[in-house]
Design a protein around this ligand. Sequence first.
Ligand code: HEC
Length: 163
Amino acid sequence: MLKKIVLIFIAGIILVWQSFAGTANALSLNEDIRTIPLNEQGETVTLTNQQAQKGAKLFGANCAQCHIQGKTKTNPNVTLSEDSLAYALPARDNLLGLVDYIKNPTSYDGEEDLSLLHMNTGVPELWSEIRNYTEEDIKDVAGYILIQVNADPKWGKLSLIDN
Ligand code: HEC
């Protein structure tokens, strides 16, 4: 009888351990996917799983209502797809370019300041949602966008043949 209880107890521990290991696995992205362009010069940076998760959380809370799956609800021409980011002026397909947009958004041709129209941290009195973002938060949410470009071939696209 005691032996049975001990066995059931051990089986229980193994089960709990496995489910924890499983969760950790499900949340971790491989290094290739976490390696993203840093700047226009082509340098790269590898974010940690923690940064990726923080970025995902912030994106879900503050950006997804307009940018679900990388699309842009109110302007389908300017999305978060790799191509859309790459052809913006200045280019936004790298971490520093996106960080700059979150601090000071500009029109696609770079000609107009959008800081009164698109949420940003540069005008905190207007955009309370992201007013408390730290430098790290800005980097993580920007990084998440580029991780999604790596991870999801449909990110920002209406269909797979669309750009
Ligand atoms: C209320 C809707 C809305 C919210 C919320 C929003 N955006 Fe946007 N976003 C837009 C629109 C509209 C555009 C296109 C602006 C334009 O006309 O150039 C845009 C454009 C962008 C671009 C430029 C994309 C490109 O291809 O050049 C980036 C980057 C971006 N948003 C990031 C974010 C991030 C990060 C957040 C969350 C912190 C966010 N947006 C929240 C509506 C939104």
